[in-house]
Each structure stands twice: as C-alpha cells, then as structure tokens.
Ligand binder design. Structure first.
Ligand code: CP
Ligand code: NVA
Length: 310
C-alpha cells in the first residue's frame, strides 16, 4: 500500500506523474470539465492542528473529483479513546484514504504502520510534502520549467523548508536556506536527502543578501511554527535580520518571484509591500494546493485513470 508520509516515499517519476496529473486536471477545470476520477471515494481528514488551506483544498479537491470527505477533529479521540490499532483499522473500514496533520511526525508514521488505508501527510513537525508539490507547480507555471532554478528560503529550517530542500533535490533545482545560526535544516534530514540525491545543490548560509542575489524564487514562512509558541520572543529576535522586505528584494533579480506557504505574520517574516507586490504569487500558490493534491489523490486512488489519461 502506498503512503505519502514524506517526499522520500515517491520516486522522481512518481512526483513528475503527480505534477503532470495536477496540471492536466487544472487545465480541464478551467475549461469547466470536472472528470469524476474518484467517484464515491471517501477521504478522511484527521487534524490535530488548525488549517485553512490544507483542509479546504483537500475537501474541495475531492468534491471536484466526484468523491467526498469528512473532517475528523479532536472529538474522534485519536490516541485517547482506544488503542492506535483499533482506531486505525476501524477507520480503514470506512474510508479510502486519510490525510493527517499531526503535532509529532511519529503519529503519522504510526497511522501508516497498519496499512489500513493510504496515509497522506497534511503537515507534521518534520515535513509538509503537499505544500512542496504545490510550490513546485507554482514555480513551473511562472518559469515554464523548474529545472535549474534557484529557490532561496529565507527563514527557519522547518517542516516547509525541509520538504522544499528535498523536492528541489528531486527536480534538479538549487536550494539555499538563508537563516540565523542554529536554525538550519535538521541534520539527519539533510543527510538523508544528500544520500538519496548526491548531485543535489543545497546550501545553508547566514548571508541573506548574497543568497537572494541569484534567486529565481524567494520563499519565506513564519518564524514560529505551530507548537513553538513558547519560543516566539526568542525567535523574533533571532530572525530579525531575515525579513523579506523591500530592501532585501532590491538585492534580488527583478524576475524573482515571492512565495509563502501562508498563513503569514505580516510585518514579521514578510512586509505588506512585498507580499502584496506584483512579484508575489502567494495567492495562486495557495490555489495550487488543491490542484497538486488532486493530482496526488488521482495517482494514489485511481492509477488506471492516470495511466490512460496522462
Ligand atoms: N499552508 C498551509 O498548510 O496552510 P494551512 O495551515 O492553512 O493548512
Ligand atoms: N511552518 C508552519 C507552516 C504552516 C503551514 C507551521 O508548521 O506552523
């Protein structure tokens, strides 16, 4: 059974197929065509943290594909009312797949352990694979191709930047993390990326001006992720020189696009002037969450349709 706990679960070929399916379904949607690729299939969303984009994009994506979804919050008692095996095996009796958003990555791994249904990571503390797929789709649309492009992430070595470093390695993009000391990518994660993709170009630097000088896309995310709220004062101080603002953008090439996974803390990691500028793609990037995930769902749950149509 296939799961998407991280992008390590995909081959480059799988990823390309998912992205091609996403673009195909997006084009058809814009022509008013919503093929029922997942008719009567049911997707569960099991979330331990808040969400706008991930929840709504999966729910609307399923509806557009002819399936349905159900949101499972705290009240289902995951990890509280019954054993993990009973919970998971029972859920697998009802749904075709589950998207989970967990505080700890191990919880997502545990859900996949029983192979009761395919498990899709909708964000954990370790990574955010669905976000990275939508981000690449956005870069592909902006430049025609992502290969050889330089993505500079200004901010934390967190779940979002970790998935971006990996997807860049998979798709032959250059990746730079510009961050303060001690906020680099998780070293085990980076080792795994470089072990699997030894040709990858991944740099980490404190020199943000130099990093953005060759950027095709400048990406940022909150300085304090969900679950790190107690560190927010320390982080605000540590990241104060790593804001994506007009001054930083003046050091980047004119063609550079601005990305953010959202939600943003405007005035912290990014200014209103930059996020609302003509260089910013953040709204269409958020829209691409749905398109990328439709490609993923079709590939995961109806591979025959993908083989016949892509
Ligand atoms: N980018 C993202 O995952 O947004 P949500 O937290 O709103 O789902
Ligand atoms: N790094 C952020 C991403 C939110 C989509 C967080 O984990 O809170």
């Amino acid at each position: 059974m296939k799961h998407l706990l991280s992008l390590f679960d995909l081959t480059v070929e799988d990823l390309q197929r998912i992205l091609a399916t996403a673009s195909h379904l997006k084009d058809r949607l814009h022509k008013g065509d919503r093929p029922p690729v997942l008719e009567r299939r049911v997707l569960a969303l099991l979330f331990e943290k808040p969400s706008l984009r991930t929840r709504v994009s999966f729910e609307t994506g399923m509806a557009q594909l002819g399936g349905s979804s159900l949101f499972l919050g705290e009240d289902v008692g995951w990890g509280k009312r019954e054993s993990p095996s009973d919970f998971t095996n029972v859920l697998g009796q009802f749904v075709d797949a589950v998207v989970c958003r967990t505080k700890k990555h191990d919880r997502a791994t545990q859900l996949a352990h029983y192979n009761a249904m395919p498990v899709i990571n909708g964000l954990t503390d370790l990574c955010h694979p669905c976000q990275a797929m939508a981000d690449v789709l956005t870069i592909r649309e902006a430049f025609g191709s992502e290969e050889g492009k330089h993505l500079v992430f200004v901010g934390d070595g967190n779940n979002v930047s970790s998935s971006l470093a990996l997807i860049c390695a998979m798709l032959k993009m250059k990746f730079t993390l510009a961050c303060p000391e001690n906020y680099e990518l998780d070293s085990d994660w980076l080792c795994r990326v470089l072990e699997k993709y030894p040709e990858a170009t991944i740099d980490q630097t404190c020199n943000v001006d130099q990093a953005v000088s060759t950027a095709d896309a400048i990406y940022t995310d909150v300085w304090t992720s969900m679950g790190q709220e107690e560190e927010s004062a320390i982080r605000r101080k540590a990241f104060s020189d790593f804001q994506v603002n007009e001054s930083l953008m003046s050091k980047a090439p004119d063609h550079a696009r601005v990305l953010h996974c959202l939600p943003a803390v405007r005035g912290e990691e990014i200014t209103d002037g930059v996020i609302d500028s003509d260089q910013s793609d953040v709204i269409s990037q958020a829209g691409n969450r749905m398109h990328a995930q439709k490609g993923l769902l079709a590939w995961l749950l109806n591979p025959q349709w993908v083989d016949q149509n892509i």
